[in-house]
Design a protein around this ligand. Structure first.
Ligand SMILES: [Zn+2]
Length: 403
């Protein structure tokens, strides 16, 4: 977890919620400052309290429990049992309120989430954290969006500033990465004296809305202004509407772009999220078309049956070739060579698809996308559409591979 020396640049505040609610076309969230809600707690003598895990002093209630109940093998009591090898799991997740009630008001300004043992699609992506003194009227204390957890059964600690004592605290999990199940090994609350409170980890969120699409740009790096943020944003709002129109109008309209300094690849697509490597984008700040390949994977959601990954990746690179807007010299389709095969994936497959469209069927990929969404086997599709097997078409391509 990374901390900045300065704490004045944290994001995320009530203003984000407000700005989103009124539908601003562009919301940049910076530096919330102190909570504007005066609350009803007291703060006398608060500097004398120690920093302390006070979870065991609270009574836990959850808005939805495991089907086997709170004491089941994956029931809610496992969330606070101090054992990171057990976990709490909710099925058919929509949202969840995880509430802690204390006998007397506490000054909580930190919490710790521990990831589950397995599938990271069950990790929380967005959440809010509240305080209350009556369990009815809640004050927002912290908001997180587009969070990243690369390790299993690992503690992730979060800090915010709070000068009000509350008897109730609520962790409200709003959105998961991908799954319909939520899981967490532990969730713990920390009492924090004001002198030790901080805002961490620092991150920045910009939300942009246009033409019915919303892009939530989350920057987890320590650098506030990223040269490629505007490039990626422009690429998204230029190319994605075309892909929706051309291929799949039902694809997701609200997408996260996450800049992640802990990811050492280039980019990947997961649920509603696209993750970009911070290091890669720092080295290639003009390469907005990385996003074109990845957002095609959102369009491809809903394919039925077993579609091979080489075909999915080849189609995504085909789309980057056809719809990309920056076309850097570093990215081009490779020349044909006899050592290639159509299932080599990515650009090799992409070039084959381009060749088919130039010489055989000009709407081939659009038709292929529709067929895969209906569950048609890709080999059958080749025969139905071109009258020959994919192997025969590949042979013809090899005999005359010029585009
Ligand atoms: Zn891909």
């Amino acid at each position: 977890m990374k901390h900045l020396k300065t704490t004045k640049k944290i994001l995320l505040s009530l203003s984000l919620i407000l700005l989103l609610a009124i539908g601003c076309s562009k919301d940049t969230v910076r530096n919330p400052g102190p909570d504007p809600d005066p609350g009803s707690g007291t703060d006398s003598g608060s500097n004398n309290i120690p920093e302390l895990d006070i979870t065991s002093k609270a009574t836990l209630t959850v808005s939805k429990d495991n089907p086997d109940g709170p004491n089941g093998v994956e029931g809610s009591t496992k969330l606070v049992d101090g054992d990171t090898t057990t976990k709490f799991l909710i099925k058919d997740f929509t949202t969840a309120n995880i509430d802690f009630k204390f006998d007397s008001a506490k000054l909580v300004a930190s919490y710790q989430f521990t990831t589950g043992n397995d599938f990271d699609g069950r990790d929380p992506l967005d959440w809010k954290f509240y305080g209350s003194n009556d369990g009815k009227s809640w004050t927002l204390l912290d908001t997180r969006m587009g969070m990243q957890f690369r390790h299993r059964r690992t503690n992730y600690r979060f800090y915010f500033k709070n000068d009000k004592y509350y008897t109730y605290y609520r962790w409200q999990v709003v959105k998961l990465y991908q799954a319909d199940m939520f899981q967490a090994s532990e969730f713990r609350l920390f009492q924090m004296p004001p002198g030790k409170q901080k805002l961490a980890p620092i991150y920045w969120v910009d939300s942009t809305e246009k033409d019915g699409l919303k892009l939530i740009f989350v920057n987890h790096s320590e650098k506030e202004n990223l040269a490629y943020q505007s490039v990626l944003t422009h690429t998204f709002f230029t190319v994605y509407p075309e892909l929706l129109k051309e291929y799949n109008p039902e694809a997701v309209k609200r997408v996260y772009f996450i800049i992640d300094p802990t990811y050492d690849g280039v980019a990947y697509s997961f649920g509603d999220v696209l993750v970009f490597s911070y290091d890669y984008m720092e080295g290639h700040p003009k390469e907005g078309d990385v996003a074109v390949h990845e957002i095609m994977h959102k369009v491809q959601n809903g394919y039925k049956g077993s579609v091979p990954s080489w075909l999915i990746e080849g189609m995504a690179d085909y789309v980057r070739y056809r719809y990309g807007i920056d076309n850097p010299d570093s990215w081009a389709l490779p020349d044909y060579s006899s050592s290639q095969n159509y299932d080599d994936s990515y650009r090799v497959t992409a070039r084959f698809l381009v060749w088919i469209e130039n010489h055989k069927e000009k709407n081939f990929v659009k038709l292929l996308d529709t067929a895969l969404r209906k569950g048609t086997d890709y080999k059958d599709f080749w025969i139905q559409t071109l009258g020959k097997s994919i192997d025969d078409i590949w042979t013809a391509y090899g005999e005359s591979p010029a585009l």
